[in-house]
Ligand binder design. Structure first.
Ligand code: PBG
Length: 327
């Protein structure tokens, strides 16, 4: 048998681990991870979220303990999500800009104890609204401009508490510009905005809504979150948020939207953030627990795919686990 004469043998560069490492194009590192955490009122509480194994709701005291671990593992950024009790919810989300509210107290304490840790706060009405919607409800509609006024107050109260980045996740029109102007007017020129720019009306948020008891009480979020079928519309949203002053741009969810991450990466020079959401987390955990997949490898493969698609940062419930694996 005569062997063919192949000029190109791509396998040459795959022969050894050393060669593979040399030509690796994408690297997942703890530097690029943001760890989301759930906080609630009370003391000595660490409750596992049933649809998100190994994710917990913490009272502030235990959250601080957890953060010591997080910092020790080399993670540098967290995103905070509050569980608000029913009696504090109202249609205007008044509690959301209470200077002594749960988020504001939590941020202040965290920045005292861990000044180097980047704290990112979620700006949206849904945890504070009895309707579970991201805006003020009137006659079954979600009001845009009235909601933006509340979002501005919320963002300012987060900045005052010491947040490094505020992250509007509501998808109201014009909120990035309104928040930027208000922050600047109050002297918070160095507080950045991580814009949830392309946020889809996705079924992958289910476990998160369990965690915060924040599922919409009527209808769905399709009048503000984007149609899952659209791609150009993501660029339209991204372009507006850049114009309005966003510092970082987020695509959410991530895994079913890798094409969007790539399009946005090619479109802008701003950092692109992928939100590896709760449903993506739950799927891997569920299959892992049953022994149907090699969980650690699937986690690394999934997050690497997001970086390969063009994400600079990844917001992921796996952050701590990845930090442990990479250590
Ligand atoms: C709310 C918000 C949601 C998530 C982050 N911020 C839920 C929603 O829009 O209904 C989902 C995150 C996840 O699923 O991990 N503004």
């Amino acid at each position: 048998m005569s062997l063919p004469h192949l000029i190109h043998r791509p396998r040459r560069l795959r022969q050894t681990e050393a060669l593979r490492r040399l030509v690796k194009e994408t690297e997942l590192t703890v530097n690029d991870l943001i760890y989301p955490l759930f906080v609630m009122e009370g003391e000595n509480i660490q409750e596992e979220i049933p649809s998100m194994p190994q994710c917990y709701r913490y009272s502030l005291d235990l959250l601080l303990k957890e953060l010591q671990d997080v910092v020790n593992l080399g993670l540098g950024a967290i995103a905070l999500f509050p569980l608000i009790s029913d009696e504090k919810k109202d249609n205007e989300g008044t509690e959301s800009y209470n200077s002594y509210g749960l988020v504001q107290r939590t941020v202040r304490k965290i920045k005292q104890e861990f000044p180097q840790l980047i704290v990112i706060t979620d700006v949206a009405l849904d945890p504070y609204s009895p309707y579970g919607h991201d805006g003020i409800v009137k006659n079954g509609q979600i009001l845009n401009d009235e909601t933006v006024e509340i979002l501005v107050k919320m963002a300012l109260s987060h900045a005052e508490a010491g947040a490094d980045l505020v992250a509007p996740s509501d998808m109201m029109d014009g909120r990035i510009g309104a928040i930027r102007r208000a922050l600047d007017a109050q002297g918070w020129i160095n507080v950045g905005i991580l814009a949830y720019s392309a946020k889809y009306a996705s079924a992958y948020y289910g476990p998160f809504r369990d965690a915060l008891a924040s599922a919409p009480k009527f209808g769905d979020k399709k009048t503000y979150q984007m149609d899952i079928a659209n791609s150009r519309e993501a660029i339209k949203e991204i372009a507006l948020d850049i114009e309005e002053g966003a510092d970082l741009l987020m695509i959410k969810p991530a895994l079913a939207y890798l094409d969007i991450i790539r399009r946005v990466r090619d479109y802008t020079n701003l950092p692109v953030v992928a939100y590896n959401v709760s449903g993506e987390y739950a799927m891997i955990k569920a299959a892992g627990q049953r022994g149907w997949i090699d969980e650690k490898k699937v986690i690394l493969e999934t997050l690497t795919s997001m970086k390969r698609a063009g994400a600079d940062l990844i917001l992921t419930y796996f952050a701590k686990e990845v930090a442990l694996i990479l250590h």
